[in-house]
Design a protein around this ligand. Sequence first.
Ligand code: NAP
Length: 290
Amino acid sequence: MKRPVVLIGFPVGHSLSERMQNAAFKHLGLDLYYYAAEIRPEELPEAIRGLSKLGFAGANVTIPYKEQVLPFLDHLDQSGYEAQAVNTVVCRDGKLWGYNTDGEGFIRSLAEEGIVPRGKVFCLIGAGGAARGVAQALVRQGAACIYFINRTPKRAFRLVEDISHDAEKAGSVLTTELKALPWCRESFEAALSRAQVLVNCSPVGMYPRVFDSPLPYPELLRPSLVVYDLVYNPYQTALLREAASRGCQTISGLGMLVYQGAAAFSLWTGMSAPVEIMWAAAKSSITGER
Ligand code: NAP
C-alpha cells in the first residue's frame, strides 16, 4: 500500500504541489502518493496529531497554517525554529518534525535568476509564514537590509523583534538591518527608494483574483528594481505585469515552489529530487503565459 503525504491548508484549490510531487514519486517508482486536504482551523490539531498514527510519511503546510502548526509538532529543525513557521512535516519514529524549506527554495530560485542577496536591500510586502522563511534565509545570506511592510503593522514589528531576539539568543551579530514600516505611501516610498528587490509575500493577486496587486503605488516601481512575486498562479501576476511594463526584471514564484518542493521531497524520501520532472509538472498545470 502506498504511504500518503498530505498538503494541509485552507483553501488548497490553488496548489500545484499535488501534481508536482506525484510526478516525482512516480518517476522514481516510490510507494508514496500526495494529495491536498482542505482543513478548517478547528480541525488543524486533530489533522496534525493524526499524521503519525495514520501512517503518513509527512505533510506540507500552507496558507494560513505555517505558524499555527508549531504547537502540535514534537521537534523543530533549525530552519523551522528560525522562521517560527513550518511548511514541511516529516513523520519519523512516531514523532513529528517541522522544517521550513521556503527560504531554501526562495534563495535557490533567486540564484537561478542571477541574484545574490549578499549586500542587497530588500522590501517585503507581507509578514506571514512565507515572509518569515524568506526573511530568515535573506539574513543568513547576508542581505544588507530588509524592509517589512504589512497590512497589519504589528505583525511586521513582531517579525523584526523575533529575528533580532533569535540572533541575540544564538549569540550571533545581526548584520542585516531590519525595518518594519506602517502600511502607507511614505513607507513604500522610503523602502522602494533604497531597495534593489521587492518581494510580494502576500497572497494578493493569486487565482482567482488575478487583477489584484499588493502594491498600491505602482508608480514607485523603478526600472532598476527586481520584482519577485511569491504567488505562482497565475504565472504572470498583475504585479509582475505592471513591473515588466515599467522595465523591471520580474521573477515568478514558480521557481520557489519547485525548489521548496524539491527540498521537502528529499526530507520525506532521503533521496535527491528529480527537479526537471517537478518543473515540467508545475509548468504544465499553471495558468497564464510563461
Ligand atoms: P499567511 O501566513 O497567511 O500570511 C499572509 C500575509 O499576507 C500576511 O502578512 C497578510 O497580512 C498579508 N495579506 C493577506 N491578504 C492581504 C491583502 N488583501 N492585502 C494586503 N496584505 C494581505 O500566508 P503565507 O503562508 O505567508 O503565504 C503568502 C503567499 O505566499 C500565498 O499566496 C502563498 O501561496 C505564497 N507562497 C508561495 C510559495 C512559493 O513556493 N512560491 C511558498 C510559500 C508561500 P495580515 O497580517 O494583515 O493578515
